[in-house]
Design a protein around this ligand. Structure first.
Ligand code: GDD
Ligand code: MG
Length: 349
């Protein structure tokens, strides 16, 4: 089975951390999301993955040398400076995907436990051109929403309907099984939106179906959701309670290789420290994700924040709820960053 992963978006809601890496490479409890996705696809019987990327995301992914779990990995590039949207890249990869069998398409910013084999079986039963995984969400207005007719046929698909107007709570989980007939529905050579152009037309022609899924599902595309994803997965895979006379870990906490922590520091609850992070004395870190190679000075406080790779946080500095500090930023000694401050890559504050 083949799977195409969409990884050519700009990740605007996670800027400025996405200035230097695509969402698919964000660490989830110290493992890149794409690596987790590869692992799951391989477990579900996929043998070939096509990454629908742009030049920049391709560059970043290549540099990571991720383990591939036996998958053949190919790239399909959006044309320079012309992002193809969410359907255009599927048309672009037509030759690679082939016309023989249905295939999977995944948004690249998801953590899910969806059983792809089951989805494929549902798809094969009916006369669907596309089968969409449908997940129940509290606030459907942030997503694509499906209205079902009989036998799981989707009679209407609306992308991000205004709040209060959503017909159901069933949202597009960003995972599709598509039949090769789909290529007839996507014009080539321009950006095409799967959600705004292709799905509504398939629904009209009665060839769009849904497959309800439950269990873990999160789109990491917003800072609070990314943080929440780490917290949830920390609960299940955090390191065992560390007893160290010099510092305190309040679980759940995950520490990457080579992390060094100074005396009297308190790490956690809900803190992820990437590899080679250095923490000074009397530091407090909670509800935060700290990427690799970050240096944190004595008496600093970090709560509810995202700290990018190789950033330096000065002594007595304080970084609070919703702050996003990009890669290589230097926050000087004593600086207080209040709620939701973002600092662009390599800046000094
Ligand atoms: N190659 C390529 N080119 N990929 C793209 C492009 C593009 O121009 N634009 C977006 N993508 C990729 C993104 O990188 C992401 O992995 C995926 O397509 C979806 O884009 P998002 O920007 O994350 O969309 P969204 O989260 O607002 O909404 C989508 O996902 C929801 C589920 O999380 C829609 O599919 C919704 O209907 C859905 O409910
Ligand atoms: Mg998304």
């Amino acid at each position: 089975m083949k799977a195409l992963i969409l990884i050519g978006g700009f990740g605007t809601r996670l800027r400025p951390l996405t200035c230097t890496r695509p969402k698919a490479l964000f660490p989830i409890v110290n493992k890149p999301l794409l690596q987790i996705t590869f692992e799951r696809l391989a477990e579900n019987g996929v043998d070939e993955v096509i990454l629908a990327v742009n030049k920049l995301t391709q560059f970043h992914i290549r540099q990571q040398h991720l383990p591939k779990y036996g998958l053949t990995v190919k790239y399909s590039l959006d044309p320079p400076k012309i992002p193809l949207g969410t359907a255009g890249p599927i048309k672009k990869a037509e030759k690679l995907l082939g016309h023989d069998d249905p295939f999977l398409v995944l948004n690249g910013d998801l953590i899910t436990e969806i059983n792809y084999k089951e989805m494929l079986a549902t798809h094969a039963e009916g006369k669907a051109v596309a089968t969409i995984a449908l997940h129940e969400a509290e606030d459907p207005s942030r997503y694509g929403v499906a209205e079902l007719a009989d036998e799981n046929r989707i009679k209407r698909f609306i992308e991000k309907p205004p709040k209060g107007t959503e017909p159901t709570k069933l949202i597009n989980a960003g995972v599709y099984v598509l039949s090769p007939k789909i290529f007839n529905y996507i014009p080539s050579g321009r950006a095409v939106s799967m959600e705004r152009e292709v799905f509504p037309r398939l629904a009209e022609e009665n060839v769009l179906y849904g497959h309800k899924v439950s269990g873990l599902w999160i789109d990491i595309g917003k800072p609070e959701d990314y943080l929440q994803t780490n917290k949830m997965l920390l609960e299940t895979c955090a390191d065992k309670q560390r007893k160290n006379p010099r510092f305190e870990c309040r679980n759940p906490v995950a520490l990457g290789k080579g992390v060094v922590i100074g005396e009297n520091s308190v790490i956690g609850p809900c803190a992820v420290l990437g590899k080679n992070v250095t923490v000074g004395k009397n530091v407090q870190i909670r509800d935060s994700v700290v990427f690799e190679d970050v240096k944190i000075g004595d008496d600093a406080v970090i709560c509810g924040a995202l700290i990018g790779e190789a950033a330096q946080i000065g002594k007595k500095a304080k970084v609070t709820e919703g702050c996003i500090i990009a890669d290589h930023v230097k926050v000087k000694d004593g600086v207080l960053l209040r709620e939701k401050v973002s600092v662009c890559p390599a800046k000094e504050v």
